[in-house]
Write a new protein. Structure first.
Length: 116
């Protein structure tokens, strides 16, 4: 028996040592779990398991999608992906001449655009 704290207060509950079989047939061995009442679910997976895999939650078009896989195979960084979309470094061997097309893609000559 263990004392657990939850949104409804605290309780004394049974504990068990279990193996958890995930839907992708990966087994998480020897997890100490506590018994509880969970509305609408059979098992509540904790951060001790989620932190070992890849976890995403998205809400595109008003539809919420939850994805989890173990073992981890991705390195998600949505903030970096957005930053990379809008910042592509421009590398040149030399500076543009005054009459060269401007590097920004405006179609203007460099001297009439970014070369002012």
């Amino acid at each position: 028996m263990e004392r657990v704290f939850h949104a409804g207060g605290e309780s004394i509950v049974n504990t068990y040592l279990v193996n958890i079989l995930l839907p992708n047939q990966v087994v998480v061995y020897s997890r100490c779990v506590t018994e509880g009442i969970i509305n609408g679910a059979d098992v509540l997976i904790g951060m001790d398991i989620i932190a070992r895999g890849d976890f995403t939650l998205s809400s595109k078009g008003g539809k919420t999608k939850f994805c989890f896989q173990l073992p981890s195979t991705h390195d998600f960084d949505f903030a970096q992906e957005e930053k990379d979309k809008f910042h592509t470094p421009f590398l040149r061997d030399k500076l543009p001449e005054r009459n060269d097309p401007c590097h920004c893609g405006s179609g203007k000559k460099y001297k009439n655009c970014h070369g002012k």
